[in-house]
Design a protein around this ligand. Structure first.
Ligand SMILES: [Zn+2]
Length: 280
């Protein structure tokens, strides 16, 4: 059993503020510990379900992408950390993996208020749709899983995060560890209960995979990512890229269309990195 685990931070039980997720801030050490416990709970679920010695790769995907401590990871997991990764939140995934976990993910800014909601860069991006349906980072990242033929097994975070993944990965199991009240408030499970829920759900997800009950992401190809940028300047800049077209009516919207889901994801990442130049 070989599992790819992409960890964000905003979806951890108890986390409700950016300050809790920023290195150097008073509470960061506490909350990175809670994130680590959730990552380890997911790994424990794999170990219990799969037996033997599963191979786990943890790709740190939040902020400067060095929030965990390698020596504290369970399951002798490998740790992919640091910045400027060409495949960003999905760096390290390839065809050899059996499943993908999204741990401590968060919702987008569309729909119900979600704690710390954003999609890659909140200063540049207001909303993303995948084949017409609103998507968070999870649905966008599922493109890479689809491209490699690897199913998404698990997502953890608040209730909006779980709901957002469902249209794209209907078989993925969700561990909902908090209920978002607003962008900066949530009712969280106690960390002990959150970890127990994540461990149990991860175990069930691996068992469901073994039973043949989890399919590949259900994303029709060619796929279209429609991105509403924060303003027309950013949208215009996005159109400098190949395979990015302006919307016919809305000057803030651009469309990325591709039959290759991995190339589509790369175009999106290039858009994120390019527009940082004028969005920050
Ligand atoms: Zn994120």
């Amino acid at each position: 059993m070989k599992i790819f685990l992409s960890s964000d931070m905003a979806g951890t039980a108890g986390v409700v503020d950016w300050e809790q997720c920023r290195p150097g801030q008073t509470d960061y050490e506490l909350y990175r510990g809670l994130l680590r416990d959730e990552v380890n709970a997911a790994i424990d679920g794999v170990v219990t379900a799969a037996g033997g010695e599963p191979e786990i790769l943890v790709n740190d995907s939040h902020g400067r992408m060095a929030n965990l401590r390698p020596e504290r990871l369970h399951g002798d997991a490998s740790y992919l950390s640091g910045r400027h990764k060409p495949f960003y939140m999905m760096q390290g995934l390839d065809d050899s993996f059996d499943g993908v976990f999204f741990v401590s993910y968060h919702g987008s800014m569309s729909g119900t208020p979600a704690t710390l909601s954003h999609t890659y860069n909140p200063l540049a991006i207001a909303e993303v749709r995948l084949n017409g349906a609103v998507t968070g980072e999870s649905g966008i990242n599922a493109l890479v899983a689809l491209g490699h033929g690897v199913p998404v097994l698990l997502i953890t975070g608040d209730q909006t995060t779980a709901a957002e993944l469902r249209p794209f990965c209907p078989d993925a199991r969700a561990a909902v560890v908090k209920k978002s009240i607003s962008r900066f408030a949530a009712e969280s499970l106690h960390p002990h209960r959150a970890c127990a829920l994540i461990e149990r759900t991860a175990r069930e997800a691996v068992e469901a995979l073994a039973a043949g009950a989890i399919g590949l992401p259900a994303i029709a190809l060619p796929a279209t990512l429609s991105v509403r940028m924060r303003n027309p300047d950013i949208a215009e800049m996005a159109c400098w890229l190949e395979r990015v077209e302006p919307d016919a009516e809305d000057a803030t919207v651009v469309h990325l269309r591709d039959s290759d889901p991995i190339r589509l994801y790369r175009t999106f990442i290039t858009l994120v990195l390019l527009t940082r130049g004028i969005a920050e």
